[in-house]
Write a protein that binds this ligand. Structure first.
Ligand SMILES: [Zn+2]
Length: 74
C-alpha cells in the first residue's frame, strides 16, 4: 500500500484514470480477476488503481473475508 506519484495512471487495461493507490499486483489481480479485470503489465510488481478500481478492489477483498449479510438481506 502506498501513495502514488502524481501523473501515474491506473494499471488496469483500458483504464486511463489517474491512479490513487498502489498495491502488490498479485494481490490486486487475485481480487479482481473475478471481475474480468486485466492489467496492462502483468510482469509489473505494483498495480496502480484509480478510484473506481480501488473501490472494486476493496469490495472484492471485503467479500473474501466475510459475507456482508446486510447487503444480501435486502
Ligand atoms: Zn482504473
Amino acid at each position: 500500500m502506498g501513495k502514488v506519484k502524481q501523473g501515474s495512471e491506473c494499471s488496469v487495461d483500458g483504464c486511463n484514470e489517474k491512479a490513487m493507490r498502489s498495491f502488490a499486483l498479485t494481490k490486486v489481480r487475485e481480487a479482481l480477476q473475478s471481475e474480468g479485470v486485466v492489467f496492462q503489465d502483468e510482469r509489473s510488481r505494483r498495480a496502480y488503481l484509480c478510484q473506481k478500481h480501488y473501490k472494486l478492489f476493496k469490495k472484492q477483498t471485503k467479500k473474501d473475508k466475510k459475507i456482508d449479510k446486510w447487503r444480501y438481506s435486502t
